[in-house]
Design a protein around this ligand. Structure first.
Ligand code: NAP
Length: 327
């Protein structure tokens, strides 16, 4: 439940607006917004009732009334934006992908540890009610030996070459924007992979259009994952065990329903838990709980795991030949 942290939002784009709306809908406290422009900051503050509108990220980071900064810029700016907030003594919630690569992710982790602040990747799926229940079912042994994760994240996104999703300089491509969801889910269920195998095809702008990934995990377990930015697929996921499976309905990474099905094809549990607003409040509640408890990270997504997931994505990119400007 809310512990009264004062949230500052860094950036005024699409996901910043969704998060602000979820804060408001759930009684959480939006205190300030920071933008590169006063006009955008004022417009955003007016739309969501933020008391303060800063015309720079620096002003937001040094605002004494802000406890936690939510970084909602494109991924190539996450490292510098998060470090700015951390060096001002703020806790940070950093949008996915956490960074562009593992090196940048480690820099955030190191800075947060040195400053003694909480850092969390905003992989909001981890904190949703259906994922909490799925972890319980797996831990209870209902599925037997869990062998396989199958997940896709495909969307038909704008084809405009200048759009963030297609622009190399803005960290574009399916992998970092969409593919990180199935990779993070696979790591949550089966642990970090022992081997990564990937194949991909590029957009005309040179980022990945569609990427298929197989992860091998301990004991010969496997994850079969797919992402694409120009096709709208089922965006469903399954977890397969020797005694049963979980089928998560579309859109598996957002609030949704699932069924537990035993090895005889009997449905033994149906999960349907209505969620208020978009569902990003669960990560905010977990963040507030961590800060209130005096811990420095969430056990549901330790920062070292976010760093390691960026390492998995680095290996995928090495295999598919995707290098971002300045790397
Ligand atoms: N959790 C989710 O469900 C979800 C969904 C979508 C996106 N995301 C993540 O959230 C991040 C932002 O995505 P978005 O879709 O919100 O992007 P967006 O709509 O393009 O907004 C990005 C914002 O970042 C700021 N910014 C700073 N430098 C920029 C630059 N050089 N070019 C463009 N914008 C710049 C801008 O805010 P100012 O002009 O105010 O400075 C801009 O409004 C990405 O890392 C993405 O992966 C998460």
């Amino acid at each position: 439940m809310p512990q009264g942290l004062r949230w500052g939002i860094l950036g005024t784009g699409g996901i910043a607006a969704s998060f602000a709306a979820d804060l408001l809908a759930n009684g959480l406290q939006l205190t300030a917004v920071g933008s590169r422009s006063q006009v955008s900051a004022d417009e955003f503050a007016g739309r969501f009732g933020s008391p303060t509108a800063h015309a720079s990220y620096e002003a937001l980071a040094s605002d004494p009334d802000v406890d936690v900064v939510y970084v909602a810029t494109p991924h190539p700016f996450h490292e510098q934006n998060a470090l700015l907030a951390i060096r001002s003594g703020k806790h940070v919630l950093v949008e996915k992908s956490f960074t562009v690569n593992e090196r940048e992710a480690q820099a955030i982790a190191d800075a947060a540890a040195a400053a003694g602040v909480v850092v969390l990747e905003a992989m909001w799926t981890r904190f949703l009610p259906h994922m909490v229940r799925i972890r319980e079912i797996i831990a209870a042994g209902t599925l037997g030996d869990v062998r396989t994760v199958i997940a896709d994240h495909t969307q038909k996104l704008p084809s405009d070459p200048a759009h963030r999703i297609n622009a190399p300089e803005l960290g574009g491509g399916a992998l970092l924007d969409l593919g990180i969801y199935p990779v993070s889910f696979a790591v949550d269920v089966l642990g970090l992979p022992t081997r990564v195998i990937a194949t991909s095809s590029p957009t005309e702008t040179g980022v990945d259009r569609q990427t298929a990934i197989v992860l091998e995990h301990d004991g010969g377990r496997q994850s079969v994952l797919h992402t694409a930015l120009d096709t709208a697929g089922p965006t469903a996921a399954s977890v397969l065990g020797t005694e049963g499976r979980i089928d998560i309905d579309r859109i598996w990474y957002a609030p949704t329903t699932f069924r537990v099905i035993d090895s005889q094809q009997n449905v033994i549990e149906e999960f349907d838990h209505p969620v208020v607003s978009r569902g990003m409040q669960y990560q905010a509640w977990e963040f507030e709980r961590v800060v209130a408890s005096g811990e420095h990270e969430s056990p549901l997504l330790p920062v070292a795991e976010s760093v390691a997931i960026m390492g998995v994505l680095d290996e995928v990119r090495r295999q598919i030949g995707l290098v971002y400007p300045g790397e």
